[in-house]
Ligand binder design. Structure first.
Ligand SMILES: Nc1nc2c(ncn2[C@@H]2O[C@H](COP(=O)(O)OP(=O)(O)OP(=O)(O)O)[C@@H](O)[C@H]2O)c(=O)[nH]1
Ligand SMILES: [Mg+2]
Length: 310
């Protein structure tokens, strides 16, 4: 079966020549973020693949992800018409500072009419991403974006989850990342499509690059060894090489659209179900927890099916 091409529900102002309606886009994004499970199930089915290229950028706090994204976006804007930058903030209480920090660093981009920047709180999402992220990303398709760059802090499960949503995944490491490389060797850390060693100006950057290359060669076995690119994000150094690596990786991954679409659908239904289940348990009266476990289990099951039938 061939895959349907991307079929965005073109929103007003989505066409290339039109001015982007930022207000309408902002509202559409908020609606998507706030949608409940029932809203999502009731939305029209999107048969096609997504339209905008999705680039995921993950890595530990302070690795320079936002700085790198700003440099990368500037570079890629030479080719793309519209670029969205979406940052997932894992810790809502202390978000204000970091959202602001991100905004300031991306300063040069904030005024660019082709760029749209949005921070999302991860709230209670079980995968460490934001609730409804697939729906949120689809809104950018409707508004004619060519690229979405997604920043996530690389913690636990979110790395696995984000890979299913993006076309190319970058992992940003910095000098002193020995522990992460060890974790990679042990197979604990999920692999990315491209490894970026940032802060090339700092001592130890070349050593991390060499260690990474050796580790990746080891873990790749007979398979292809993913590229390692040494950059200095704050000075825009070697961003062109990274850009070229992204192009090459995107070509490779889009060859297998069908399998990827199915993996995404699998992850999506799991996510929705977890959310529904968590809400059902949350809604139980306190007295329900005094019941024996099998009875409690049966109650939850019954509530779940009852809600689905409503
Ligand atoms: N020396 C040096 N510092 C850099 C480089 N790139 C970024 N930085 C600095 O590293 C710090 C963290 O940068 P951010 O871009 O905020 O890092 P981040 O990974 O987005 O951080 P969080 O969003 O908080 O996880 C800032 O002070 C940057 O100026 C670089 O290439 N060299
Ligand atoms: Mg950041």
């Amino acid at each position: 079966m061939s895959v349907a091409p991307c079929q965005p529900a073109r929103a007003p102002g989505a066409l290339d020549g039109d001015a982007l309606d930022r207000r309408a886009l902002g509202q559409a994004l908020s609606r998507a973020a706030d949608a409940g499970v029932a809203d999502i199930l009731g939305a029209p089915h999107r048969a096609g693949t997504h339209c905008a290229r999705r680039i995921g950028v993950t890595g530990p706090p302070g690795a320079g992800k936002s700085t790198l994204i700003a440099a990368l976006a500037r570079h890629r804007l030479e080719r793309a018409g519209r670029v969205a930058i979406v940052a997932i903030d894992p810790s809502s209480p202390k978000t204000r500072g970091s959202i602001l920090g991100d905004r300031i660093r991306m300063d040069g981009l904030v005024d660019d009419p082709r760029v749209f920047i949005r921070s999302l709180a991860s709230r209670g999402a079980t995968d460490g991403l934001a609730d409804n992220l697939p729906e949120i990303l689809a809104v950018f398709d409707d508004y004619g974006f060519d690229e979405i760059i997604l920043e996530t802090v690389g913690v636990g499960q979110s790395e696995f989850a984000v890979r299913e949503l993006v076309d190319v995944e970058l992992l940003v490491l910095i000098p002193g990342a020995g522990d992460q490389i060890q974790a990679m060797k042990a197979g604990i850390l999920e692999t990315a499509d491209i490894y970026v060693v940032n802060k090339a100006d700092q001592p130890g950057a070349r050593r991390v690059e060499a260690e990474l290359k050796a580790t990746l060669t080891l873990t790749a076995g007979d398979g292809p060894v993913p590229p390692v690119v040494l950059v200095r994000a704050d000075a825009g150094e070697n961003i062109a090489a990274l850009d070229a690596a992204i192009e090459a990786a995107a070509m490779q991954r889009t060859e297998n659209h069908e399998a990827e679409r199915r993996r995404r659908a699998r992850q999506r239904i799991k996510g929705l179900f977890w959310r529904h289940l968590a809400q059902t348990i949350e809604d139980l009266p306190q007295a329900a927890f005094d019941r024996p476990l099998p009875e409690l289990y049966a109650t939850v099951l019954a509530d779940l099916t009852k809600e689905a039938a409503d």
